[in-house]
Design a protein around this ligand. Structure first.
Ligand code: F6R
Length: 264
């Protein structure tokens, strides 16, 4: 696990976009797992900037988003379909047929639908690089606390903490979704490389438990300790409860010196 400490959101976005861009340049057919949420906005902005500059071509990239709210259509302003279009897809050259986001409008046969999403990932050759944020409760995707480490794409009931965090984005009186379709932790752990971003003091406890705590279903992101190629990029506020910050800085210095390809 590589822990990259950055000052703020801007530095994180730049570093993450550089890493994603480098990976796309080395493998134009990259199968890229994507996330939504406030933490990702700066990363997508930077990727769009690199694309417009002419240095980044997404024409052969295939994408799979982690999750979508159940009950929201692709045009709902709070849907993840809408988020992805607004912040990323409308501004780059990813072929529409290469974009995969779980369908929040399905009304039945959930297990069958979710098995089909897993199958699509499998048929594409698996995810090469998965981008993740983290919830205050340690969720990745919508794998809420107590999710099984072996879980696959499925319907998931959202926790009280997640509902509270999300309700502010919905219009007054509008009920926010109570369920989502999300890739499972087992699905995420099969990605060849994982990149998790976290900013802000509200994430500090979850980040510390994920990196330095025991692997536990109570903190879904701690399961990433079982993966062989995970990079956390976190800002000072989100890193504030880590006890080994000096060590992570020294590892970073040596990584830059000995294996700089891990950072680009
Ligand atoms: C979004 C997702 C979530 C978010 C997490 C952090 O696709 O899967 O796990 O990454 O809730 O969200 P922000 O960045 O808004 O704090």
């Amino acid at each position: 696990m590589l822990v990259i400490l950055k000052r703020d959101d801007e530095e994180i976005s730049r570093q993450a976009a550089q890493l994603i861009a480098g990976t796309v340049q080395r493998n134009p057919d990259l199968r890229l797992g994507l996330a939504t949420g406030g933490t990702m906005i700066g990363v997508y902005k930077e990727l769009v900037r690199l694309h417009k500059q002419g240095t980044l071509d997404f024409s052969r990239v295939v994408t799979f988003n982690l999750d979508e709210y159940l009950g929201l259509s692709a045009t709902h302003p709070q849907s993840f379909h809408h988020f992805m279009r607004e912040h990323f897809f409308a501004h780059v050259n990813i072929a529409a047929s290469n974009i995969h986001i779980p369908d929040g409008t399905i009304r039945s046969n959930y297990d069958q639908y979710c098995a089909g999403y897993e199958e699509a990932i499998h048929k594409a050759g698996g995810i090469d690089l998965q981008l993740l944020g983290i919830g205050r409760n340690g969720h990745i995707g919508f794998n809420e606390p107590t999710s099984s480490i072996g879980s696959r794409t499925r319907l998931k009931v959202l926790s009280k903490e997640t509902l509270d965090d999300n309700s502010k984005f919905f219009a007054p009186g509008e009920e926010s979704p109570r369920c989502a379709i999300t890739m499972g932790i087992g699905t995420i752990l099969e990605a060849r490389k994982v990149l998790l971003l976290a900013t802000g003091a509200a994430k500090a406890a979850a980040v510390a438990k994920s990196i330095e705590g025991p692997v536990a279903s109570a903190v879904s992101a701690s399961s990433l300790q079982l993966h062989s190629d995970v990079t956390f990029i976190i800002d000072d506020a989100a890193a504030s409860q880590l006890t080994q910050r000096d060590y992570y800085r020294r590892v970073m210095e040596m990584t830059a010196l000995l294996t700089p390809e891990r950072l680009s």
